[in-house]
Write a protein that binds this ligand. Structure first.
Ligand SMILES: [Mg+2]
Ligand SMILES: [Zn+2]
Length: 188
């Protein structure tokens, strides 16, 4: 009797990125492309991650939709603008996951739920343990920990506030000043 082995498809590694306060400067309930501003060195940094073989995936809570402050179309316009701005650096985002719900909707996707990371890992065959999630809020850190992805905190956006809560977590959490400095995590 012969056995045929199906070769495993190599799992991919990803850089998951929170949007507000990480990929763009923090503006509460940002809804217009004109409000988008990239942090210094962010474009070059993401290009570096991309060249190192990481998928770049945005994972964002946009409760402003559920709260009725803006609609999904406006969020998508903002995302097109973010993609254009990063495109100037040769950076392409591989996917964008949005939770549009109000916190009181008790949805499954809103961070700190790991659901958006789990969905991304299934869609793109990603090894979460070999991936990083860069965020500025406690919900990002908790989402990464629950998904068994490596959490990274940046001190931009709400990062300084989040830094004071880090002792509550038993997982090792890398901390950097901003997105620009996270390239130090890439093993050469
Ligand atoms: Mg944020
Ligand atoms: Zn949701």
């Amino acid at each position: 009797m012969t056995t045929t082995f199906t070769p495993y498809k190599q799992l991919q590694k990803a850089l998951f990125l929170d949007r507000d306060g990480v990929v763009i400067k923090y503006v509460p309930y940002l809804s217009k492309p004109e409000q988008v501003e990239l942090p210094l060195g962010a474009g070059e940094a993401l290009k570096y991650w991309q060249n190192a073989g990481y998928l770049l995936i945005l994972v964002t809570n946009q409760s402003g939709i559920g709260r009725g402050y803006y609609c999904l179309d406006e969020v998508e316009r903002v995302h097109r603008h973010i993609c254009d701005e990063y495109g100037k650096f040769g950076v392409t985002f591989d996917d964008i996951f949005i939770c549009p719900h109000h916190p009181q909707d008790n949805c499954l996707c809103r961070k700190p739920s790991p659901q958006m990371l789990i969905n991304a890992s299934q869609k793109h065959q990603i090894s979460l343990s070999q991936s990083f999630f860069i965020g500025d809020a406690p919900s990002d850190v908790e989402c990464a920990i629950k998904a068994e992805c490596q959490p990274v905190l940046v001190l931009t956006g709400r990062g300084q506030e989040t830094l004071r809560k880090l002792s509550e977590y038993s997982t090792r959490i890398e901390v950097f000043e901003g997105l620009r400095d996270t390239v130090k995590l890439i093993k050469s």
